[in-house]
Design a protein around this ligand. Structure first.
Ligand code: NAP
Length: 320
């Protein structure tokens, strides 16, 4: 039975990844920061948890050495660009330097045991910054413009370096992907919950930052499937994981309001300059043809259905 060590299991992607791997009969170990009370982030009872923190490199090495995983999926870290502006150094440490510590621990384990260790990094489209061309692919220059992007770029290069040292280490360059498990600190879930609250009469107005920013939004379980496929590929590599279609925040708002039964959404939505991010990437759109060709991966759920699933889930949470 394959044994995986997952970081970030209490997050959106970690929860879907562990569900998919458990369903396939894998033994799952997870690095967990603390017991979570929040039942949306419930960790399956079959998961063997190891308490630790990505900023404790000695502890990381110990967990890898104790668990002896065949696979390491690194999904943990500060995952929001906005938070990275509040905590730039911590983002660099947890989402950048810690990845190299984990790669190094994985390679040491491989050398010590003589058994292959496969590593998959949840990289990000934010490593490209304001890319000159769209869509971006694996050859697009890495030129981040936020502390989050810089940390992810450091990790991305770390994966390349450890791949050259003989580790089966792959980077999935993930474009934005959403689900009802997205925290409300992210604009997408803020929108779907905001629309649901307006219908439920809990709130009268939804305040947002720029409505013009464009993103390539997909369905989170599809992106987790790509991570698994990368771990099974004969050779390690980098893969852009995206739908290839971008939509504006305005499109997202409209789709969310339509999903909850409001077509004339504009009176309910305002723009607040406090929510406009410094140096935001204006448009992201990925070209995932390599993932299709090599991994046989493609998205299964389109934009409107992703937004609709989130909005309907939020309405149900409010008892509507
Ligand atoms: P998420 O929901 O924010 O989850 C982040 C996870 O990291 C949580 O389990 C969190 O644990 C853990 N974590 C944070 N700081 C940690 C630390 N110091 N030590 C150990 N664990 C720590 O993120 P996600 O949306 O699932 O994303 C998963 C990965 O994909 C992230 O690396 C993200 O950067 C990357 N990614 C995501 C997207 C996207 O659209 N979702 C796009 C591109 C790349 P706690 O529960 O303890 O906070």
């Amino acid at each position: 039975m394959p044994r995986a060590l997952i970081t970030g299991i209490t997050g959106q992607d970690g929860s879907y990844l562990s569900e998919q791997l458990l369903a396939q009969g894998w033994e799952i170990h997870a690095l967990v920061r603390k017991a979570r009370q929040d039942n949306e982030r419930f960790v399956d009872a079959r998961v063997i948890t190891h308490f630790g923190d990505l900023n404790d490199f000695v502890g990381l090495e110990r967990v890898v050495s104790d668990v002896e995983p065949n696979y390491v999926f690194n999904l943990g870290g500060i995952s929001s660009v906005a938070t990275s502006w509040d905590k730039p150094a911590a983002t660099g440490l947890i989402s950048g330097v810690a990845v190299v510590a984990l790669l190094d621990a994985s390679l040491r384990l491989q050398v010590r045991t003589g058994k292959d260790v496969r590593f998959v990094q949840a990289s990000s489209s934010e490593i490209f910054g304001n890319a000159r061309a769209a869509p971006q692919d694996e050859k697009t220059p890495v030129k981040p413009i936020s502390p989050y992007g810089v940390a992810k770029a450091y990790a991305h290069d770390g994966v390349r370096i450890y791949r050259a040292k003989g580790l089966h280490a792959s980077s999935c360059i993930l474009y934005n992907h959403e689900s009802p498990r997205r925290p409300q600190t992210f604009v997408t879930r803020k929108i779907t919950m905001g629309a649901a609250e307006i219908v439920a009469g809990v709130s009268g107005r939804l305040m947002l930052g720029s409505l013009d920013v464009k993103r390539d939004w997909g369905w989170a379980p599809d992106y987790v499937d790509a991570l698994i496929r990368a771990s099974q590929a004969s050779e390690p590599d980098d893969y852009v994981i995206a739908t290839g279609i971008s939509h504006s925040v305005r499109d997202f708002v409209e789709a969310a309001f339509v999903a909850v039964g409001i077509t004339d959404w504009e009176p309910f939505v305002g723009v607040d300059q406090r929510f406009v991010r410094p140096a935001d990437v204006q448009e992201m759109r990925g070209d995932a043809r390599k993932a299709l060709r090599v991994l046989g991966w493609k998205p299964t759920i389109g934009f409107t259905e992703v937004v609709s699933r989130m909005a309907r889930h939020d309405l149900a949470l409010l008892g509507k």
